[in-house]
Structures are given as C-alpha cells and as structure tokens.
Design a protein around this ligand. Structure first.
Ligand SMILES: O=C(O)CCC(=O)C(=O)O
Ligand SMILES: [Fe+2]
Length: 339
C-alpha cells in the first residue's frame, strides 16, 4: 500500500493552471486511495487540538450529565454508546453531534422542518472550540471543493455554490478500548454529503476502502442501495495512520451523485483499539433545501431528504426520530420557506 498523498492548500483559488493541476491530483488520490491528507498550518492545527481537548473533557462527564444534552427537534447533542446502529449492528462509540444551530423561534423550526432546532451545547467553552473548528474546516472544505471542481473541468464555484448555505455538521466521538468492549466501533458506512474531513488521535483505528476496479458501489441515497455494512468482511481495508497536523479528506455520497459516479463515496469504519480513542468528523454539505442535479445533468436529489433518511436509519430510537415519525415531519414543505 503506497503512502497516502498529502496536500497543502492555497489560501485562495483563482483557477490557474496550478490550481487545476492540484484539483486533478486530489481526484487521482481519491481514485487510488479513497482519501488524502491535508496539511494544516499551525493555527488550524491548534484549533483541532483545542476541539479534541474540549471533546475529551465533555466525554469525561458522568453518564447521567451527558444524557441531558439531547432534544427531540434535532439530532444535535449527545448519543450514548449503543444508540447508533449501522447495518443492523450496534456501534460502540459515544457521539456529540453539532448540526445547524437554530433558535426555537426561528421560522424553519416553527415550520416544523425535521432536524431543525437548537444545539444543546454543554457549555460556552465547548461551543467556542467546536464552532472555531467548524469555521476552519469549512474554509478548507470550500477550497478543496473549488479545486475539485477545476480538476473535474468545471468552474471553481460549481461545487462551492452548493455549500454556501450548507448543512455543515460535525460529530465528536469517543470509542472505548478493546479492554472494555469487544464489539465493533463504528460499522462500515459512507457519509452523506459532499466532503468529509476527519481527525483522530494517536490511537488510530480508522479504515477506508479504496475504489476497486469493477466493484459495485451503491448509491447510498437510494434505500435499495444502502452502503451501510458493505464489504465489511472482505478487503481491501486500508488503515488511515494518524499523522499529527493533518486532516483526512474523502468524498461523501453527494459528490458521488454530483459527479455521476466518476467519484465514489468512500466506505469507512472505525475499529476499537487497545486504548480509548477520540476522533472528530466534519461534514461539508449542500444546503438542506438543495435540489441537486449531477454536474452533467440527470434526475434531482433533495439533500435534506437524504440527510433525514440517513439519520432515521442510524438512530431508530432517538427522540428526534420518534418525533419525526410521530408527527410525520417532511424535509421539503409544500410552500417555499422564508430564509
Ligand atoms: O471515528 C472516526 O475516525 C470516523 C467517524 C466517522 O466516520 C463518522 O462520524 O461518520
Ligand atoms: Fe463516517
């Protein structure tokens, strides 16, 4: 297995020949390895360290305290180990999810859009650390999307245009050590949006499946083609070795959709390790309301519907799921919504 490709990003993208070549090199790396690394400058590296530190201290709270950070409007907040399910199997990780943070009196909350509500933040320090990280990774995400669009032969804004009002979200995770738990960590899945940026601590444990010539890859947005649990027992599965000062980048379902399958969403899983493990995954997404079409044309896909379906699938018994099902909430209201 060759070493992963590592890229340094320019601060701005102008569409020069150098930018196009960088975009093409990123596409080649994904087509070979399923992921690449992005080198962080010192400021962004310390943002990552701060967020991981804040995450450690949150997960260190007593179980009963953590369980208070949940509400039934949104998937934002805390999920205990065992609440999340991938392909019918329980995942052994605790998660704190941060979606868009809407106050209770926001028109989109009042309009009863599923997944819309306030983030139940566990404190100001945690909120600051996570928001700073989301801002930094969001900036990198836009740069990567602009370069990818150029690499694909499109205008730089062809992908970033979708991210402008993006449903960007983040998951902070803690996995128990193999001394405490013998089951799986996080089962095989693909992520739902355009771009995934992850960091993990020194424990490692993240595995990706690179594209394999001739191998069928599901379109995860179609219920009959779920990628959850795919090829779990069959290689190749390549470990993503933690490299301090980098983030790992791979494509999600929506890039597969937008490129008509010329890129495939990278299946990945996290295995438990000898020591407790901490990671953070950031998801750079289209707008919840986006009616997306492949760059070269085709049938539309409503992102908010895909997102909601995926969370319903992962969390069969979470308060937000029960509310969506009980009240029959739909991601796409009949009348256009105010901003
Ligand atoms: O724990 C990790 O490294 C990956 C987490 C992940 O894949 C996710 O949250 O979707
Ligand atoms: Fe993931």
């Amino acid at each position: 297995m060759p070493d992963p490709r590592t890229f340094s990003l320019p601060e701005t993208v102008h569409g020069t020949a150098t930018d196009r070549a960088l975009g093409r090199a990123m596409l080649d790396a994904w087509r070979r390895d399923g992921y690449f690394l992005l080198a962080l400058d010192a400021r962004r590296a310390s943002t990552v360290t701060n967020a991981l530190t804040a995450s450690r201290s949150f997960f260190g709270l007593p179980a009963a305290s953590k369980r208070m950070y949940v509400n039934d409007l949104t998937y934002s907040g805390y999920a205990a180990s065992g609440e999340e399910v991938t392909a019918g199997k329980v995942d052994h990780c605790e998660v704190f999810t941060v979606c868009r943070d809407f106050p209770l009196d926001h028109p989109r909350v009042l309009d009863r859009l599923p997944c819309h509500g306030p983030v139940p933040w566990p404190g100001r320090h945690y909120r600051r650390a996570v928001r700073t990280l989301m801002g930094d990774l969001g900036g990198l995400g836009d740069t990567v999307l602009a370069l990818l669009a150029l690499g694909l032969g499109h205008a730089p804004a062809a992908l970033t245009g979708h991210a402008a009002d993006g449903w960007h979200h983040l998951r902070a995770l803690r996995y128990p050590s193999t001394a405490r738990e013998s089951g799986n960590g996080l089962g095989v899945h693909t992520d739902y949006g355009m771009l995934v940026l992850t960091v993990q601590d020194e424990a490692g444990g993240l595995y990706v499946r690179p594209p394999v010539e001739g191998e069928h890859r599901g379109r995860n947005w179609l219920p009959e083609e779920s990628t959850a649990g795919v090829y779990e027992d069959r290689g190749p599965w390549h470990p993503v070795v933690p490299v301090p000062g980098t983030v790992t980048a791979f494509p999600g379902d929506i890039l597969q959709f937008l490129t008509g399958g010329s890129l495939v969403s990278t299946p990945h899983q996290a295995k438990l390790t000898a020591r407790e493990r901490y990671s953070i995954a950031y998801f750079h997404e289209p707008s919840f309301d986006a009616e997306l079409r492949p760059l070269d044309g085709g049938e539309p896909l409503h992102y908010g519907t895909h997102f909601t379906n995926m969370f319903l699938r992962c969390y069969p018994d979470r308060p937000a799921t029960r509310r969506i099902l009980r009240e029959g909430l739909v991601p796409r209201p009949a009348a256009p919504l105010p901003a």
